[in-house]
Design a protein around this ligand. Structure first.
Ligand SMILES: [Zn+2]
Length: 163
């Protein structure tokens, strides 16, 4: 379902132009961990030399522990369950019930990715409560349209992580 649309192309450009290719979130974690271990702030040299994985699209939206945790928290918050999120469905989307429900499901997944991306650009770890509040508000605004309101229970069922 993922097409070669503008948003992915934008991501590619951002990745190409980035000087530091290391994962933003992993870098924050590793810096904190090492600073705690050393009992002091890291020097710029030490920061540059951190052993952190590269920030590929797959990493920043899925493989990164921070991203995975954010996705899981969102799914569990909306779906009201605790469990694992299906990678393919989250990244690529899936066909459910009808066209409107499929679109709405994918819109919410895109929205979660968009939020993670904004935090990455700001170089801060995602604030889960803030993302959850934003999704909640998105769903409230969707409910203003009767046709979409009826879809929400179906969507919520899809957003239930697999236990
Ligand atoms: Zn990472």
């Amino acid at each position: 379902m993922e097409s070669g649309d503008g948003s992915w192309e934008h991501c590619n450009i951002a990745f190409r132009e980035g000087i530091d290719r290391k994962c933003t979130f992993c870098k924050i974690d590793e810096e904190l961990r090492l600073a705690r271990e050393l009992g002091r702030d890291l020097t710029e040299m030490e920061k540059q030399g951190l052993n952190v994985v590269d920030e590929s699209r797959l990493h920043i939206f899925w493989e990164c522990d921070t991203a995975k945790n954010a996705v899981k928290t969102c799914y569990n918050g909306v779906g009201g369950t605790a469990g694992e999120v299906d990678k393919e469905s989250f990244l690529m989307g899936k066909l459910i019930y009808c066209a409107e429900a499929t679109q709405l499901y994918m819109l919410i997944n895109m929205y979660i990715k968009y939020k993670i991306w904004l935090y990455k650009l700001a170089s801060v770890k995602p604030r889960m409560q803030s993302i959850m509040d934003d999704i909640h508000n998105l769903m409230l605004s969707i409910c203003k349209y009767k046709k979409w309101k009826n879809m929400l229970p179906l969507i919520k069922r899809q957003l239930q992580a697999q236990g």
